[in-house]
Design a protein around this ligand. Structure first.
Ligand SMILES: Cc1ncc(COP(=O)(O)O)c(C=O)c1O
Ligand SMILES: [Zn+2]
Length: 380
């Protein structure tokens, strides 16, 4: 077998690609047994399928693509680069996970006349909905009843079924997971194949830097699909002897939602009751893969950083005024970089790349108006 899907806790193997967690309840992880070989890159494909060989569980004829991946890496200043994943088909890096997941499972769902279910009113919901529509797969997206905004509109227009769930956010998850005939839960927060699709991001960064990675990679963290996917991709490259230097991954969170930061520092953490953070894609108080993230970060000797709301605003404005209009949640990573330069945890002499994960065009108008007011009061 060229891959296996294994439980991170009990080590049990999962033989069904549709399983989203182990029988013991712990997360599953994909282990690819194909070595990364530069000669096997499909150099004519300018999307994630450039690396198809390294996703051996997908059959050629099942590939679904909206043109995800191979996003530009641009130089911002002497040693700082941005990976523009907000230029993905649905406006966020999530398309890497959705493309790989839907490609891997669509025939299995179709065979039994089933449908997929997901709980997200954000970028993941929009992305899963788009890829399901592209292949004509029925999808139900469970969202909190009071949802609104650009991401929700995207979900609506991609044409899946929307199920509004009253009560707290966790109620939408409960409903989405509830077993029903023909229903297959593919929640991005849990599904190992979704997370595995993010590996392509690490391959691209490595290839775009000529296989000599920058010293530091900054990325925003909520449920950890981005962090874990990039980590797995880098480990794969390293195991295969393709990269020599292993970068320091900096996991970036907000002060309000920083469970990973606290876990790594062995500090207690309780999510706030009143949520006021503008980084709405990073609102995740107790992600299911938290321990897995902490274990990986310790093993890779990664760093974690947090920023407050004024630092997020500062990062957002600075990026916008240099032409990069990204979500406040993406600006968190830039704000963390700036903080580390200021407090000398990092140096401007080190090469760094920041993953800009989501487009600013989906930001809530109320947040943009608030930021605009602040700009007018404190013009540059
Ligand atoms: C724009 C953006 N950036 C970062 C993240 C965090 O990603 P993850 O949940 O994989 O940690 C999200 C998650 O929704 C997102 O939408
Ligand atoms: Zn298990």
């Amino acid at each position: 077998m060229s891959y296996e899907i294994k439980c991170v806790k009990c080590g049990g193997l999962s033989t069904d690609i549709l399983n989203y967690k182990c029988r013991c309840g712990a997360p599953l992880e994909v282990h690819v047994k194909v070595e990364f070989d530069k000669a096997k890159i499909r150099r004519g494909d300018y999307n994630v399928w450039r690396y198809k060989t390294f996703f051996p569980y997908i059959s050629e004829g099942d590939i679904v693509s909206l043109g995800e991946g191979w996003t530009p890496t641009v130089k911002f200043n002497e040693n700082l680069y941005f990976k523009l994943d907000f230029l993905s088909p649905t406006g966020s890096f999530k398309d890497r996970g959705s493309a790989v997941l839907i490609s891997a499972i669509q025939k299995h769902i179709r065979k039994v006349g089933g449908y997929i279910s997901e709980d997200s009113s954000g970028n993941s919901g929009a992305s899963i909905a788009a890829y399901a529509s592209r292949v004509g797969l029925k999808a139900k997206i469970f969202v909190p009843a009071d949802v609104s905004g650009q991401k929700f509109n995207q979900i609506r227009f991609y044409g899946c079924e929307i199920v509004k769930v009253e009560g707290e956010r966790c109620k939408a998850t409960e409903e989405a997971c509830k077993p029903e005939k023909g229903k297959f839960y593919v929640g991005h927060v849990h599904h190992p194949i979704y997370r595995d699709g993010i590996r392509s991001l690490a391959y691209e960064i490595a290839e775009q830097f000529g296989w000599e990675l920058p010293s530091r990679i900054y990325l925003p963290v909520a449920s950890g699909t981005l962090l874990l996917g990039v980590a797995e991709g880098l480990e794969h490259l390293s195991r295969s002897g393709v990269i020599k230097n292993f970068p320091t991954i900096v996991a970036c969170q907000t002060k309000q939602f920083s469970p990973l930061y606290h876990r790594l520092k062995n500090l207690p953490y309780t999510p706030p009751v009143k949520i006021t953070s503008v980084a709405d894609a990073l609102i995740s108080g107790n992600p299911p893969c938290l321990q897995l993230m902490a274990d990986k970060m310790r093993m890779m000797e990664g760093e974690s950083e947090i920023v407050d709301e004024s630092q997020i605003y500062g990062g957002f404005i600075e990026l916008a005024r240099k032409g990069f209009f990204v979500e406040p949640s993406s600006a968190v990573a830039y704000a963390c970089y700036k903080k580390q330069i200021e407090n000398r945890t990092a140096s401007k002499r080190e090469k760094a790349v920041i993953i800009l994960t989501g487009t600013g065009l989906k930001t809530k108008p109320s947040t943009l108006n608030h930021f605009y007011e602040l700009c007018v009061r404190a013009p540059r």
